[in-house]
Ligand binder design. Sequence first.
Ligand code: B12
Ligand code: SF4
Length: 492
Amino acid sequence: MNVLLVYPKIPSTFWSFESALNFISKKSAEPPLGLITVAAMLPKEWNLKLIDMNVTELKDKDILWADYVFLSGMSVQINSFRDVIRRCNILNRKVVAGGPLATTQYQDFLGVDHFVLNEAEITLPLFLEDLKNGNPKPIYFTPDFPVITETPLPMWELLDIKKYASMSMQYSRGCPYDCEFCSITILNGRKPRTKTTEQFIGELNRLYELGWRGPISVVDDNFIGNKIKLKKEILPALIDWMKEKKYPFNFITEVSINLADDEELSDMLAEAGFNSIFVGIESPSLSSLEECGKDQNLKRDMVDSVRKLQEKGFIVSGGFIVGFDSDTETIFDEQIEFIKESGIVSAMVGLLNAPTGTKLFTRMKNEKRLLESFSGNNMDGSINFIPKMNYSDLMRGYVKILKTIYEDKAYYLRVKKFLSAYKMPEWGIKFPSPSEIKTFLKLIWKLGFVDKGKLYFWKLLFFSLINYPKKFVVAMTFAVYGFHFRQVVKTI
Ligand code: B12
Ligand code: SF4
């Protein structure tokens, strides 16, 4: 059996980091972890090939090689996902689709032979058994959430790892919170399910053996969902491993803001090599936070929490949303002010949307405000429900936020603010590698001579060299991100 695993194209947005990837000669930020996990669950004697369309072109001859094409993807990939199905149908190859997009919206796709939905740990063995018996069904789904202690090591060896800026792994699934707009609780449930310490360390050993060094995204929904196990088991083992191997990796993950309340956990995470965290801030407006059930962000000074995290050694990026029913015309300036004050350099601002199946989706449906399905693209201005605020006012305000926060001067001031708060972990101070030096020279040329914002670039370069020489690499990384954000903002 020849199986081709395909990951569709992600459009160019804030999240794709396209212009930043060019600097480091990488094709994509992260690999498709779902597909390489599924690959590890397939019979060992099958021939497998993976095409991530974000790094390699999908050719007809690849499709023709396959008996089955296994397709994954999330909502933002919908156009490419449809296109792959169409090509497989024309070339008469069978399609098996799974992953978050298929799980939440399978009714929207024609031309798929078998939907294997939800988590593959439960549904894939059922499909494989029926396939062996010659009677595979059109759809497999389950309301249950599997334990993930049996999930096999993902097959990173199917990837061309050099083409990615970071590798990814997963420790837990599920999030204890229940934000109205989020599909995580439907997909992964509210009880965090975790891997064992042996699995976690086993995955690190495998990536180490494959020669990977550098960033690893731990793509959990909320890495601190089960704090006790982290403190007692995972982090002590990880700290030992990282010290023994001399910190070959640094970790990026998603956490809820209440990490700021737990000094012990913050210290352990920083010592274990976590230096970058993504936090869902969503809104500085208390009524909007209440509306969406983001309880963990209430009853706190969020600027203060972010600062605490920066002081502990984390580069904090944040997700921000406008378009809540409670948002008034002042929300845009409030968001701008919050982003400026917090020193959150990478601020991912999006319009509120109601992904299929979420509580927000149901509310919008009941209120007869639902429009067409969710595009998943947080940059295309699409909203799949009728907002309370007039749409053109909302769009104007949204564009104003982006243009203001990514304008050269505001951006560089934010980087400076961040540098003043950030405590660089000792393990993070390393002598630059030859490829980092090459990237630096490229950066000097492009940002220091060609780019229109060159004045701010030089100011930042000298400011960080003089005041924060140990944080120089971080400052320059932000200069590259700034270039990417400016390119994206130009397109809106
Ligand atoms: C990493 C990640 C990203 C990366 C993608 C990198 C990459 N190359 O994949 C980045 C940062 C780019 C990203 C961006 C976004 N993401 Co994202 N992302 C994730 C995250 C955190 C992890 C994905 C992952 O690797 N999971 C681990 C693997 C093991 O799980 P899995 O993929 O689900 O696979 C399992 C099953 O689904 C199944 N399976 C998967 N594929 C297949 C295929 C077949 C054939 C079969 C049989 C089974 C199967 O088997 C696997 C094992 O059980 C998920 C959340 C999550 N926990 O999954 C969100 C998630 C996928 N993202 C989501 C969203 C909404 C976004 C954004 C739109 C967010 C935003 N508001 O802007 C943006 C895209 C915006 C844009 N404009 O580009 C949603 C998708 C919802 C949906 N219905 O599709 C998720 C589920 C998070 C959420 N809040 O609900 N994301
Ligand atoms: S805290 Fe994050 S992952 Fe958890 S439900 Fe809210 S938005 Fe989703």
